[in-house]
Write a protein that binds this ligand. Structure first.
Ligand SMILES: O=c1ccn([C@@H]2O[C@H](COP(=O)(O)OP(=O)(O)O[C@H]3O[C@H](CO)[C@H](O)[C@H](O)[C@H]3O)[C@@H](O)[C@H]2O)c(=O)[nH]1
Length: 328
């Protein structure tokens, strides 16, 4: 029988790409999503359960109906700027939702859990190459809420035997190279889709958030990773858990940072069009540079990212931007 995996946030950008990768690996992804920011159209590889993690009964019901071998937990609020303006919402939804989900797993005997954490748990660390061992010092409520869930997992693991893999994502970008799904947020806040909107004339310009950071060209440096590579890491993490390899924490990036100006330059090369740019102030909560070491993910997980060049990430996002997008 095909093994089911409960995917919270499976209708969202990263969750949907993970569902595609899971299906390709022989699992049946069961999406659990409230469709607050996700899209029913993006759920193509298994059933959609419309439910909210804040509603414990709907979580229990989904687990009881589908008996998943594992949970992949993507559903969360994930905008740094918004988390600075409304921290209560981030703490309530992210931590409260994860707590409900973990309690439901403990009660139902779901023993394998893959969690989407973030480089935002590190805070600003003077541009050092971040590893899984780097002390975490979040500087925004989003990162704080994700770190709290990492700690929650440690405790649930010890008390209830929930084996877990924690992935700390760096900057996820691009779209399905086969064009079936891609990034679509309302409102959009991420650099690459905003930049491509400006290129396509859907927005007047891209605002560069700060040019006075202590980085080589003064703009923020980020480690961009292709969403399809990231999704594949989840399959490997899940297979490791099911094979009994135990808990793990992995940074998912490429080990190479690019500044906002470098991303703009790469876009010019890929699209053959200029990016209209205005220079703005720094955005609250942004760290100057976030780049990770890939050693552990490559070695211990056997991860082999194939798509994570800036050229392909921008190219796939650009191809997706030409499509009509999701409507429901
Ligand atoms: O209009 C924009 C949008 C972004 N940026 C800059 O581009 C870089 C990337 O910004 P994104 O908003 O695309 O990504 P973030 O680095 O803020 O966020 C990403 O990393 C975060 C951790 O820091 C979270 O994990 C979050 O979910 C994830 O999207 C940042 O330096 C940002 O200041 C701009 O200059 N102009």
């Amino acid at each position: 029988m095909v093994e089911k995996v409960l995917v919270t946030g499976g209708a969202g950008y990263i969750g949907a790409h993970a569902c595609k990768a899971l299906a390709r690996a022989g699992f049946l992804p069961v999406t659990f999503d409230n469709l607050a920011t996700g899209w029913a159209d993006a759920v193509k590889w298994g059933p959609l359960v419309r439910g909210d993690l804040m509603d414990r009964a709907s979580v229990d019901a989904a687990i009881a109906e589908h008996c998943p071998v594992a949970v992949l937990h993507f559903a969360a609020l994930s905008l740094v700027g918004e988390s600075m303006q409304d921290p209560a919402r981030y703490w309530r939804v992210n931590v409260g939702g994860a707590l409900n989900l973990l309690e439901a797993c403990a009660k139902a005997g779901v023993r394998n859990f893959v969690f989407s954490s973030t480089c935002a748990t590190y805070g600003d660390q003077d541009g050092v190459l971040l590893t899984e061992e780097t002390p975490q010092r979040p500087i925004n409520a989003y990162g704080g809420s994700k770190l709290a869930i990492e700690l929650m997992l440690r405790d649930f693991g010890a008390a209830h035997g929930i084996n877990h893999v924690i992935f700390r994502y760096f900057n996820v970008a691009g779209a399905d190279p086969e064009g079936e799904i891609g990034e679509q947020h309302h409102p959009e806040t991420h650099l690459i889709p905003l930049m491509l909107d400006a290129v396509a004339g859907k927005r007047p310009a891209l605002t560069v958030f700060g040019t006075d950071y202590p980085t080589p060209d003064g703009t923020c440096v980020r480690d961009y990773v292709h969403v399809t590579d990231l999704a594949q890491a989840h399959v490997l993490g899940l297979q490791g858990l099911l094979a009994g390899r135990g808990n793990g924490v992995f940074c998912l990036g490429t080990g190479r940072g690019f500044s906002v100006r470098e991303v703009i330059e790469a876009s010019r090369m890929v699209t053959n069009r200029e990016v209209p740019v205005v220079i703005g102030d720094r955005r609250a909560g942004d760290a100057a540079a976030l780049v990770c070491s890939t050693t552990r993910a490559l070695t211990d997980l056997g991860w082999d990212p194939q798509h994570s060049t800036l050229r392909q990430m921008i190219g796939d996002a650009w191809a997706w931007a030409q499509k009509p997008g999701f409507t429901s």
